[in-house]
Ligand binder design. Sequence first.
Ligand code: MN
Length: 719
Amino acid sequence: MIRQYELVEKVKAYDPSANEDALNRAYVFAMKAHGAQTRASGDPYFSHPLEVAGILTDYKVDSASIITALLHDTIEDTETTLEQIQQLFGNDIAQLVDGVTKLTRIEFQSDQAKQAENFRKFVLAMSEDIRVLLVKLADRLHNMRTLKFISKPEKRHRIAAETMDIYAPLAERIGMQEMKTELEELSFEELNTEARKSIKLRLEFLRNQGEGLIERIIDDVGSVLIENNIKAEISGREKTPYSIWKKMQKNDIGFEQLSDIMAFRIIVDNIEDCYRTLGVAHSVYPVVPGRFKDYISTPKPNGYQSLHTGVFGPERHRIELQIRTQDMHDVALSGVAAHWNYKHGGNKQDGPQYRWLRELLDILDHAAGPEEFLEHTKLEMFQDQVFCFTPKGDLINLPLGATPVDFAYAVHSEVGDHCVGSKVNGRMVPLKSVLHNGDQVEIITSKVQTPSPTWERFVVTGKARSRIRRFIRLKERDQYEQLGRSILQTAFQSDGYDFTDKALSGIVKKFNVPSVEDLCAGVGSGNITGRAVLLAVHPVSRSKRGFEKVVELARHRLKSGKSKKTLSKNKISINGLIPGMAIHFAGCCHPLPGDRIVAIISTGKGVTIHTIDCETLEQFSNEPERWLDVSWNIEHQSDDAHVGRLNLTILNNPGSLGDLSMIIAKNHGNISNLKIINRSNDFFDLLIDVEVRDVKHLTDVIAALRANPTINTVDRARG
Ligand code: MN
């Protein structure tokens, strides 16, 4: 535990003008206020605010923030009142402590509406003074460091999940990289203990194989820079288990392919040297394509600046290089806290981190309700969605991978149907381009344009897909109608009758179709025979029984796809269905909550849910009327297990199958079926069905499997 004088010395070392007297008084006040209270660890309670203050000194924040850290739990957990704090420490401190107390009282519940309202309160409380958030983050960091002392697993889990979902992204947003990394790592350890363990084991294995590798690479890169007269400080580190895990999930790769697990930081004197270093690195080492990013000319929204590149470095190891100046480095580590302005008393609120906060407040002012606000502000927190804007600034929320065509349909069906081109951030781009978070998208339309069948290949939203199919279907219908007319004409004429629309209008009801046009299209598409229509108009031509049969058959065929039957009840776990429809989950693609899905109507059988990329859907492409746009209802998700299907290739070793089932069990999956598809001397190809909660759960299982060296490949089965 840090001592009183140590704390004061630490603050004075970076802020000579700090209010020493107030720091000392706050220390004593908090210690007395918490008295004999203890923490779950058995430590005196006061050790907590003290540690929080200690964490903040690493970020060199002003003494008001340090005092606030010392006092931050006094109102919530002791007899102390806000008035007392105000009298003893003044208005500024009282407001800060009040702000932190407000944040502490906000719990993020799973209830969407409440969560949204709470998040709104949270932003309001922290926006009054960013220092409130700094103290709160340090508070959460210390609580996470001591999480293991909390005995109830559910409580530990809730705190870790909240940290992962809310606090780590907030830390990132204000540029506190180290804070964010530690918060994530600690949450990950609680939320996915097994996966973290297996990644750490692999890291250890690789570390032993290449002993002293990091040092050798630093030496090598260092001497290359010296030869080129660049003064630099180089440090190397392994990436954290959580960042490796994220990479494995995002890029669908296993540990074997994940070779760049080392990152090296090169700190140079000035911006010019950053680019010179990059040039030298690229001329000495082969470049890994697609890895270069220039965050110096285009900083990240949180103010982060650096050059990133990937090279095959010394000993042909794939490594990541981050090149920056000392100043950029400071901002990278402590973000908003890096440029604290002590001398002018108070904080300089004009960095990019503050712009974010101001934008957040602006959204707060204009959002229709707390839920909409949450939608807007969770930008960074939703990884499977992109948020784009219309030229007027309206937000359009799309699934990851969405294109301008999806955007156009999301704006309005008419806009989608008539779109001919798109401008993203002011530049013309192809309609199939993938949109990114924050893109401003302008759709160019033309009255004469109609949906193109080729769009179907790249759109990702159900709405765009169904509109495009509907259009194709209408176009086909026109052609069927023409064809039907000529079939009927021939049929009528061969029996000596005149063919007129008037003659047909009297019998459309018999075929259960809305119009003459539909009747003709039915004939053209082969659902109704020309003969049946002729017999309906001129019954005398053939025997009555035969005719009724034909009509009945045709009627039945036509009805398929427009079933009005309500079948067995469903739990409302899927949006977009008529209540009571029976739901089946397709055996080809095994959709899971979290997948993007589409429902196919089957006559007499309710609907079958497929994943949107299921290959089986191809066979329904001519029947757009059977497609229903649906989505998972996250609110009413039951805890029912869903089945995910995996294709695996594993080493033909005695222990492989045992490993496999153990990893799945440890990740709380349940194998419901296992089939060996192929067996060779070296490998097994397997197909296994795993019961999981949702797609995230399955992704976790997959990543854990990939982390095991006996498992060669793991992929989700698709159709
Ligand atoms: Mn606390």
